[in-house]
Design a binder for this molecule. Structure first.
Ligand SMILES: [Fe+2]
Ligand SMILES: [Fe+2]
Length: 156
């Protein structure tokens, strides 16, 4: 599978997870909100980590400005995740703001499709590509672990 196809599919899945968080929130299903949020949060973090580790360094050498713009958007998403995570825990999510995150993710997706996947993605060899794909799932698990540890810390 091509890097572009794999990453654009991951974007769609991440967006679907966020949609499910918001639906659960609207239905006031707190258990479901917490569960799907954890999955959304860890998948998005794993995705950005994989890009920063394997793709953005290659882009940096070709087009430093484009690389900086993508990193800036990642910083923005991490800040939004931290903020929303607190709101999810406190059940004070403002739905219209959280829905805005879906639009931001879509804009980022279009941006990366243009600047990152089509150009840099096709430069990776088979073994780099397989490490990249592995990172999408491996890092996801470690994030889930650290999130669980953080929750345990709060509860303890
Ligand atoms: Fe990204
Ligand atoms: Fe991406």
């Amino acid at each position: 599978m091509e890097v572009r196809d794999r990453f654009l599919a991951d974007h769609r899945e991440i967006e679907t997870l966020l949609g499910r968080v918001l639906d659960a929130f609207e239905a006031d299903d707190r258990q479901q909100v917490a569960e799907v949020w954890t999955e959304f949060d860890s998948r998005l973090n794993a995705h950005m980590d994989a890009e920063e580790r394997f793709l953005i360094p290659v882009l940096q050498r070709r087009n430093e400005r484009a690389a900086r713009a993508i990193l800036e958007e990642h910083r923005h998403f991490r800040a939004r995740l931290t903020q929303l995570c607190t709101e999810v825990d406190l059940h004070t999510v403002r739905l219209h703001e959280a829905r805005g995150l879906i639009d931001e993710l879509r804009a980022h997706s279009a941006h990366e499709d243009r600047m990152l996947y089509s150009t840099v993605g096709s430069e990776l060899g088979p073994s780099e590509r397989s490490s990249l794909f592995d990172a999408l799932t491996r890092l996801g698990r470690s994030h889930r672990g650290s999130r669980a540890a953080a929750l345990t810390g709060i509860q303890g």
